[in-house]
Design a protein around this ligand. Sequence first.
Ligand SMILES: [Zn+2]
Length: 435
Amino acid sequence: MQCYNACDKKDENILSPGALKNYTKKSVIFFTFSLLVLTMILAAVNGNASKPSDAVVHQEWLQTNRDDIKPKQYIERVKAGETTGIVLSKLGFPATEAANMIQVSKDVYPLKNIHIGHEFKRKDFKDSIQVSYQISAHEKLVLTNKLGEPWTADVKERKLFPRISVVEATIQDSLFWDAAKAGLEDALTMQLVDIFAWDIDFARDLRKGDSFKVMYEESFDDEGKRVGYKILAAEFINRGYVYTGIRYENKNGDIEYYDEEGRNLRKTYLKSPVKYSRISSRFTSSRKHPVLGYTRAHRGVDYAAKSGTPIRAIGDGKVIFKGWKGGYGRFIEIRHNNGIHSTAYAHMSQYGKGIRQGSYVKQGQVIGYVGMSGLATGPHLHFEFRSRGRAINPLKIKHKSANPVAKNEMSAFHVKAKEMLRMMALRGQKSGKWG
Ligand SMILES: [Zn+2]
């Protein structure tokens, strides 16, 4: 209120007729302007002085935002580091309002728990405001505020509209290029690769003339926006072999791709390349080398076993190295079919029968025998697992089961698989090629 008094005094001075006489015209204009500014300041101070309660602010705010009759829509996507309060303020809600909204949604969805990339949408109607938060592809939180009423919160199922398409192509150039030309977007081509990655080495085994057919489903929300996509069934012909994948969700809600017989297309690695052994040295970033004496990282796991114990490939793949490799002695490296992983086996006493560099091996196939060739204090298998060229701890690999369809679900699966494949064949014909 300090300024209030001081300004009042000034006002009196300017407005007193005696004082005015002494001022030039220029000064009058200046002071008139000053008076205007002062009046504005006064108004502001007055406003602050009689600060209305939050409830009133809320009402006023609703009033000012409801002048427009046409519904307006604002969208904000959650960015890294943003809190619910920040996003709501970007949508025009003051902190007190945001707090109300968070409070009211507590029982149906903790609005404090938001995810990067998810969408907040504000819609203004004539007599209400609606804010929705996309929880998942299937659910959204809807906050509604009717004029003069408190906020309400509800979790609603998003109504989704599916569209099924079939794309087929023959590889002339590269998988991604030919798929794109046929109308398949990269994200779906990646899904296709993931489905068959355990059987087909997409980086190296594709041939001109290989072909595929994909049936996928896209889902759209009630505003026509695509919210998801997935491959329902696919067929890939690689070097004359036909691979089929069918999406199936089992009774536990697990989703996997299976072949027509219900075998899981995803494979897992054997937990250990040597049966009947014990781990004598684990994966470390540094340890004292038993032979060389100095400290260095141990990028693998040692399995102590009797000389001559069979060593098995932990997964299907191609032998990319077979031979003597310094301290590793007799050494084999296998590149696995997904093109990402490779495994190495060292200190062998001898190689498995028929194992050559370049040959394909099956999971469980004997590729060699435990020994102590190279730098080794005793018979053991030194085993390494690499992912994209980087050594990772083989004991830390998650072995998610890749079970086939359960026996009691097999008949349901067969019905579903038949239907999917029939649908893919029909739609494939219908879409045809129009040049
Ligand atoms: Zn070792």
